[in-house]
Design a protein. Sequence first.
Length: 152
Amino acid sequence: MLGASSFWCSANLTGDTMGLLDQLTGMLSGGGGEGQGGVAGAVSSLLESQGGVAGLVEKFQQGGLGDVVASWVGTGENQPVSADQIQQVLGSEQVNALASQLGLDPQQLSQGLSEYLPQVIDKLTPNGQVPEGGGDLLSQGLDLVKGLFHKG
């Protein structure tokens, strides 16, 4: 499936955009295990509901994880985040709603987000800066990745 997806991306996108989408696709489909498509959908939904990268970064800052999220945006090493911290920042209500919408267990979703969200934010802020506005490359890339997981 990834081969076809990479070909499709190559045929429609060029340069840095294609590289970013390939990285996101590989990152979110890496294990090929159950629930990976759900994590991709959750990341996309989170970004959409929070107003893109900037909104999600602000949510983590307000939740007391400013240093952690700053490491994801910055060019250094990403600090880890736990599933419990994800639940605290996003709130149990939002995690439960997303998990229900995607057919995942809330703890499984929180764990998946704790593993992939730092990488996704890192890849979407390659110059150490948060993109401005909600209609950024991240939203476009994650919509594409989400679409790949929902195909046959």
